[in-house]
Design a protein around this ligand. Structure first.
Ligand code: C5P
Length: 239
């Protein structure tokens, strides 16, 4: 793998809540990581301008808003994200086949192939346990639900999933090699574990089949964030 291929696998989680911080991180890391993840807190605080700000600094964006609503609403929200120029966005597979298929179809009507963002599905949130699922009337074990929803997403034209590193091989097996898998919860060998419980190193996650890694604090909290990116790239390249 080339250095650039390894760099492109890193999605830096912009877990901040001001435009000033976004501008600083995007300027510092635009050519050190592959993408910037903008989540609900940042987007709700700063609005679509935050996407434009990252794009203007040369960064690509994963808009992590996890849409879950009636099919038309999710399709239109995804189109709005696409028009902002995001590279990746996502929705909840629990919204069902029709919601996901309507989203894909709306994108295909407006964008030529290769120009639309890739849409990822969240299967079961990694914060959910078997008990959580039981509480909402789902009696299947978590891994079975994850695979079932990943396959449903694929059949609806969704491009991939966000998944725990520990679920990657199951999903790969069920959905094949052209299905994107994005994993948070990775910790480079030099970084602290923080509050993450089920972790893997970036190299192991990529070895296991992850296409992209979402990484926040191991970069943001490092004394030298650029050096941390380079060290992560080295780890990925060493596999
Ligand atoms: O700082 P850290 O590397 O733990 O950040 C990981 C990012 O991925 C955060 O934005 C977090 O919300 C997100 N995430 C996660 N675990 C999940 C889903 C998302 O850590 N299961």
């Amino acid at each position: 793998m080339t250095r650039d291929e390894a760099r492109k696998k890193i999605i830096f989680a912009l877990d901040v809540d001001s435009m000033a911080q976004v501008e600083q991180w995007a300027t510092l890391l635009a050519d050190k990581v592959g993408m910037f993840k903008i989540g609900k807190q940042l987007f709700t605080s700063c609005g679509p301008q935050v996407v434009r700000s990252v794009r203007e600094r040369g960064g690509e964006v994963f808009l992590d808003l996890k849409y879950h609503d009636i099919p038309n609403t999710v399709a239109m929200a995804t189109l709005a994200a696409a028009r902002l120029g995001v590279t990746l966005c996502n929705l909840h597979a629990l919204g069902g086949y029709e919601m996901m298929a309507a989203t894909r179809s709306a994108l295909d009507q407006e964008f030529s192939p290769g120009e639309r963002p890739k849409v990822l599905a969240v299967t079961i949130l990694t914060s959910s346990t078997a008990e959580t699922l039981k509480g909402v009337g789902i009696n299947l074990p978590v891994p079975e639900m994850v695979v079932k929803l990943a396959m449903l997403a694929k059949s609806a034209g969704i491009d991939g999933v966000v998944a725990s590193p520990l679920e990657v091989s199951l999903i790969r097996e069920a959905c094949g090699n052209d299905f994107l898998i994005v994993t948070p919860g990775v910790r480079p060998s030099f970084a602290s574990v923080d509050d993450q419980k089920r972790i893997m190193t970036p190299a192991d996650a990529v070895k296991g089949g992850a296409d992209y890694l979402v990484i926040g604090r191991p970069i943001a909290a490092a004394k030298d964030p650029v050096a941390a990116c380079e060290a992560i790239i080295d780890e990925i390249m060493a596999i």
